[in-house]
Design a binder for this molecule. Structure first.
Ligand code: 5CA
Length: 430
């Protein structure tokens, strides 16, 4: 992609209404633009990051044998009356009337809808366990949308739902989902802590939140210091240890009845990027989702639901990975792996070399953003640092005349002048 043709507006000034670093940087780097309170346009670079996160989430869920579906954003209210959640959800739920005066809601979550699709098709224990998931926009009319996409009203969520024949099997599935979460966050390059959590309006008795430790986080997490020594690797052994160690979100933590001594207790601020729940037959009972068990009896299924805040994760990654110059994208989700800076468009050799590099990288499907704009070198340096691509290939007249470029690593700041051949050898096959 050539920046001169790319819709990627950058802003120098810090936007007055943005309080946290991620919100400021997302606006300044041109990832998002506000439409109205808590609702955002996703501009090309932001959309690329969102899609990269989606792909990792999908790959890890599919690997575990989960089925991706797509549930409509609009849901009929009858389903919510069936589960008795219609009244309780209150003002957070956006209610819409169609031309026949029938009420629909814009889904804030989808336990009801997915239970409905399940009960229509699945009739036997032989088809279980089953996990259905989707990545779909949700709407919650939050009282205080803030920090940009961190707490939006419209936001993108991965929501998964599991169905099992027994409580024991369902708890096993819960663990399996936890493992996929650990794998997802690891691939993205995030250190996410799974912490025991309150179940809130979803219901149930077992729940974990996944939090990224960050000063700007809205949640406080309390945990046994033994947690700090845990190397999350997603093994069973590791999961057993994790389940045994004390941890709690602020809603759940109670200083009076906390089971570990105070000197062993630690607390930190965090951003909740995932939340999983086990709630047994809460929805299957009220919504009559039953399957035939091994003895031929009808049995309600045992379920859990599993969320990841996909759009929130973009902000959370930036909170965890930025410096005073801008975003520092992990390679796994970066909108482009390489930024190519042409420091002097008017200089023939510089531009020729840039065009060559650009063509060679494109030929091998490397994602590269070529800054071919008629801007000064200073503006190009600061814009490239701001948008945070992992590698910068800097081409100026002096080096170009010797067929050399400067290679800069955005994260470490390391720079080195290398030959073009050296550049190709390092990053390209042919
Ligand atoms: N049905 C369950 C799990 S599928 C559920 O809705 N869980 S949730 O309410 O905890 O939401 C799942 C995740 O969505 C949260 O962990 C959070 O990362 C994200 N999320 C929730 N509310 C918002 C919001 N207002 N803005 C951005 N992300 C949000």
């Amino acid at each position: 992609m050539k920046w001169s043709k790319y819709f990627s507006p950058t802003i120098k000034e810090i936007p007055a209404d943005a309080q946290v670093a991620s919100h400021q940087l997302m606006l300044r780097a041109g990832l998002i633009a506000q439409e109205c309170a808590g609702i955002y346009y996703w501009l090309p670079q932001g959309l690329k990051v969102l899609r990269n996160i989606m792909r990792i989430v999908q790959e890890e869920q599919d690997k575990a044998g989960f089925n991706e579906i797509l549930i409509p954003t609009l849901q009929p209210t009858d389903l919510w009356q069936e589960s008795n959640r219609y009244d309780g959800y209150g003002k957070e739920m956006l209610r819409i009337k169609d031309r026949h005066d029938r009420e629909l809601i814009y889904g804030p979550t989808a336990e009801e809808a997915v239970t409905d699709i399940f009960r229509r098709y699945v009739k036997s224990y032989k088809d279980l366990p089953m996990v259905l998931y989707q990545i779909q926009w949700k709407f919650r009319d939050e009282i205080r949308p803030r920090f940009g996409v961190m707490r939006g009203r419209e936001f993108l969520m991965k929501d998964g739902y599991s169905f099992d024949i027994s409580e024991e099997a369902a708890r096993e599935t819960y663990r399996k989902v936890m493992k996929t979460y650990i794998a997802i966050f690891q691939r993205i390059g995030l250190q996410a802590m799974p912490v025991r959590a309150d179940t809130g309006p979803i219901g149930g008795d077992l729940s974990h939140e996944f939090l990224i430790v960050a000063e700007t986080g809205e949640s406080t997490i309390y945990y046994d210091k033994a947690f700090d020594d845990l190397k999350l690797d997603g093994s069973d052994d590791d999961l057993d240890k994790l389940m045994a160690i004390y941890s709690a979100t602020d809603e759940l933590h109670d200083a009076e009845s906390c089971s570990i001594p105070i000197e062993q207790l630690r607390y930190k601020k965090g951003i909740e990027i995932g939340h999983i729940f086990y709630f047994g037959d809460k929805y299957s009972k009220t919504m009559n989702a039953k399957v035939m068990d091994e003895s031929g009896k009808l049995s309600a299924v045992y379920s859990g639901s599993y969320g990841i805040g996909v759009s929130r994760m973009v902000a959370a990654i930036i909170e965890a990975s930025h410096d005073e110059h801008g975003i520092v994208w992990p390679e796994s989700v970066a909108p482009f792996q390489f930024g190519l800076l042409n420091l002097k468009i008017a200089h023939e050799q510089t531009t020729k070399l840039c065009e060559d590099i650009y063509a060679c990288f494109q030929k091998e499907n490397k994602t590269i953003l070529y800054d071919d704009r008629k801007e000064g070198a200073g503006a190009k340096f600061s814009d490239m640092d701001l948008i945070g691509l992992p590698w910068q290939i800097i081409v100026g007249p002096k080096n170009a005349e010797e067929n050399k470029v400067e290679l800069k690593n955005r994260k470490t700041g390391e720079r080195a002048v290398i030959s073009v051949e050296g550049l190709y050898e390092r990053f390209l096959q042919g």
